[in-house]
Design a binder for this molecule. Sequence first.
Ligand code: PRP
Length: 209
Amino acid sequence: MLNIALPKGRLGEKVYALFEKAGYECESIKENNRRLTFENKEKGIRYFWVKPSDVSIYVERGAADIGVAGKDILLEYEPDVYELLDLKMGACRMAVAAKKDFRDNTATTLKVATKFSNIAAKHYQMKARDIDIIHLNGSIELAPILELSDVIVDIVETGKTLYENGLEPIEDIVSISARLIANKSSFGFKTEKINEIKNKLQQIVENEQ
Ligand code: PRP
């Protein structure tokens, strides 16, 4: 059995549809229940739904042989996994945003609220800008509104959340999309099977470009 960790939620459904199209269907995944694991014995695969930010943990520790994780998570946690393929899904960007009237005063420490503390720290380190990171777990856009922070570092997809909260992007950091990742030793033991899946997915991704 090849264990595959899929990110639970909107992106996960699109990712599963891609695997299905590549010939790795699993009918029971479509049943409306709360099960988290699904097998197709004939194809030798087992899917499981995990929280998107946990996919790389399952893969790094070998509980999953392969999985799909956002580039944001890979940059933030730097898991020791192979990144095999850009699935070109869930495209968005990591950006700095602030209130519309924000002006950076470089004489003071910049307060940065984010879920992505490492990405933010590296970004400002490269600019030699002195910052104070305020690590939050969600609703990051609230921080500048309530003056908890000067700026935020967060994911921007359509820009709607920023706009509706009176914020605007002021700097792009990096482009983000979903990536196929593999456990390093699984890739050694199950190279053929993993490459077969990777190649089939790649063909579809390239055809859809
Ligand atoms: C992300 C991000 C923004 C929003 C951006 O949140 O943190 O809040 O999406 O999307 P937009 O540019 O299309 O408005 P997500 O939905 O991933 O959940 P979160 O609250 O856990 O961060």
